[in-house]
Design a protein around this ligand. Structure first.
Ligand code: ADP
Length: 630
């Protein structure tokens, strides 16, 4: 029998865990009981649907044994068990789903506790208190039983077992106590009773244990006799079937953490009961943080589905609209058949009705949160707002009505988050559009010269810092009939009649010079104009209708992008001294103007955060101009 090594990243994680980055050792029990309960769910369900021999509910249970002498805790379930391959896959690799991602995060030096929370490594938490774990398991599909053993860091072994009953028996051999650590406390009956009540009371199968009892000695009144009595430690009422008034925030949070693989409390709990066309109970959670893989494709959304308290499937994605795919939780309906398969789920009318109802409830919960718990909502939005935006974009604006009032943007109004409704309520009387400016960050946007005129008018500007923001406004077009307008748009239309006339006259009088500059910058800009949006800055770069500068930046990140570029326009501030300088240069030496045009263009690119094509040439020209100015 050879010893197998844990995969590299597993080893790393195990080290972290054994060196007790978990502050909370006692959760090992919650994790193991939760796994056992899942295994019982699976066995019951597969029995009902004839995938394996059926089993009576009475035969499904979890039993805990404490052995002080040998310092062991044993947790035995009559669940689905594991085949040899499953042992290998499930227990040989920690964080299997995200191992690469996991390693990356470790290398990036992220907070360890956070990482573990994101990956969920329930079973291994037992190594916090155990020096050795033994998993003896017989699968329900008639394959042979096996024993998996590990002392943590140096790998694990698997060998044949003679276990006769179906299910899994996990034995923890506890570490020796030290000055700082009292592992022996977990061998005390009262401690285990307390932990089961605290973390696993709702488990729908009996969790039993032999509990010591003292009864009066019939032969001697002065004495008591010690006997053992099997007790069920949990109340077995599924948490979601309890009344809201019976439940505390802690109940909800503990249930969430044990069931949905998160180590943090949720941001929001939504628990309700619907009687009607389809009757169901839902217990939904919005996590505090987006899971590590939420935005990168392999995140699996969906709710757990139960029918009359029987677990049917995990991650039923048909129950959740894409806009709210960050929600996790469960739905228990009395109206669904136990035999409902994933395929049926997609077409079933009742499932559709269920999904619609769930969508409305989540929407309402978010609206409520926005209205009544602004701070919590803003934190929610920082994690999941991007998903709402993507959904508006992906649905070609179809979901706009539902989602637009849930959007938040930072804006020039004190740099705080605002909704579109709030923005519109602050609009000036003469203001026709909702203005926005795009960039990588609020700080970067605020530096853009193109904001000046809009701000001077006293109009608020939304700061678009997500790549998808401009694409979303293209889909939305308007909010409450107010069109969205970029501060760099061509028809900004904010000048007074007088200013406009003045600019047009100056344009007319300097037509040749502007044309010359445009020729000098051929291939780089499509036009050179006098600006209507600048106040103090000499130049800025804007784009013609269509692809904006920000979109160009985003599209350039896509390796498949065929080189889509914005049609750039260099704008010159007619009220800045640079304008007179340009006129003077042009009048003296037309050819010299080319250097000025090039320097100003490059400068405008830099301000916009776009790369300049030839930095060396740019630097050289600046020095030449400085020398010439002597
Ligand atoms: P998670 O529960 O988040 O999947 P764990 O590390 O706790 O992660 O468990 C890994 C896997 O091992 C489980 O998904 C399950 O397939 C299997 N497993 C763990 N405990 C048991 C058990 N008591 N019976 C059957 N399978 C189990």
């Amino acid at each position: 029998m050879s010893k197998k090594q844990f995969k590299a990243e597993s080893k790393r994680l195990l080290d972290l865990m054994i060196n007790s980055i978990y502050t909370n050792q006692e959760i090992f029990l919650r994790e193991l009981v939760s796994n056992a309960s899942d295994a019982l769910d699976k066995r019951y369900y597969e029995g009902l649907t004839n995938q394996i021999d059926s089993v009576s509910r009475d035969d499904l249970s979890i039993h805990i044994d404490l052995d002080k002498e040998n310092r062991t805790i044993t947790i035995t379930d009559t669940g689905i068990g594991m085949t040899e391959a499953e042992l290998e896959n499930n227990l040989g690799t920690i964080a299997k789903s995200g191992s690469l991602e996991f390693q990356k995060k470790l290398e990036e030096g992220q907070n360890d506790v956070d990482i573990i929370g994101q990956f969920g490594v329930g079973f291994y938490s037992a190594f916090m208190i155990a020096k050795k774990l033994i998993v003896d398991t017989k699968p329900a599909n008639n394959e042979p039983a096996n024993i998996w053993e590990s002392e943590g860091e140096d790998g694990y072994t698997i060998q044949a077992s003679n276990k006769e009953s179906i299910g899994t028996k996990i034995t923890l051999v506890l570490k020796e106590d030290t000055e700082d650590e009292n592992y022996s406390q977990f061998l005390e009956e009262y401690k285990i009773k307390e932990l089961i009540k605290k973390y696993s009371d709702y488990v729908r199968y009996p969790i039993t244990m032999e509990v010591t009892k003292y009864i009066p000695d019939p032969t001697d009144e002065e004495k008591t006799i010690e006997t053992k009595e099997e007790q069920t430690l949990n109340s077995m009422v599924p948490l979601w079937k309890k009344r809201k008034s019976e439940l505390t925030e802690e109940d909800y949070n503990e249930f969430y953490k044990s069931k949905f693989n998160d180590f943090q409390d949720p941001a929001k709990v939504i628990h309700y009961n619907v009687e009607g066309n389809v009757s169901y109970t839902a217990l939904l959670y919005i996590p505090k943080k987006a899971p590590y893989n939420f935005y990168n494709g392999d995140f699996e959304a969906g709710l757990q589905l139960y029918s009359k308290g029987v677990f049917i499937m995990d991650k039923a994605k048909e129950l959740l609209p894409d806009s709210y795919r960050f929600v996790t939780g469960l739905v228990d309906s009395n109206d669904l058949s136990l035999n409902i398969s994933r395929e049926i789920l997609q077409q079933d009318r009742q499932v559709k009705a269920l999904a619609n109802s769930i969508e409305k409830k989540i929407h309402k919960a978010l609206v409520d949160m926005l209205e009544k718990e602004r701070e919590a909502y803003e934190e929610f939005f920082e994690n999941f707002g991007l998903n709402l935006k993507f959904d508006i974009y992906k649905s070609y604006g179809f979901n706009k009505e539902k989602l637009q009032d849930l959007l938040l943007y930072k804006s020039s109004n004190e740099d705080k988050y605002t909704t579109l409704k709030e923005y519109v309520s602050r609009m000036k009387e003469d203001q026709k559009a909702i203005y926005f400016a795009s960039g990588a960050s609020v700080e970067e946007i605020k530096k853009s010269p193109a904001l000046a005129k809009v701000l001077e008018k006293g109009y608020e500007i939304l700061y678009f810092t997500d790549g998808v923001d401009e694409f979303v406004t293209q889909m939305m077009q308007a909010y409450e009939e107010k069109p969205f307008k970029s501060v760099t748009s061509n028809d900004l239309d904010l000048e007074t009649e007088e200013e406009k006339k003045d600019r047009e006259t100056k344009t007319e009088n300097n037509k040749d010079m502007l044309t010359k500059m445009k020729e000098d910058l051929a291939g780089q800009v499509v036009d050179v104009r006098l600006s209507s949006r600048l106040t103090d800055d000499p130049v800025c770069l804007v784009a013609e209708e269509g692809v904006s500068l920000e979109m160009e930046k985003i599209l350039s990140l896509n390796p498949d992008n065929p080189g889509i570029k914005a049609s750039k326009v260099l704008e010159i501030n007619p009220n800045h001294p640079i304008f007179e300088t340009l006129q003077a240069v042009y009048n003296k030496d037309q050819e010299k103007l080319k250097d000025y045009a090039s320097v100003l263009y490059n400068q405008a690119l830099l301000i916009e955060g776009l790369p300049i094509e030839d930095p060396t040439e740019y630097a050289k020209k600046i020095v030449e101009l400085m020398v010439a100015a002597k």
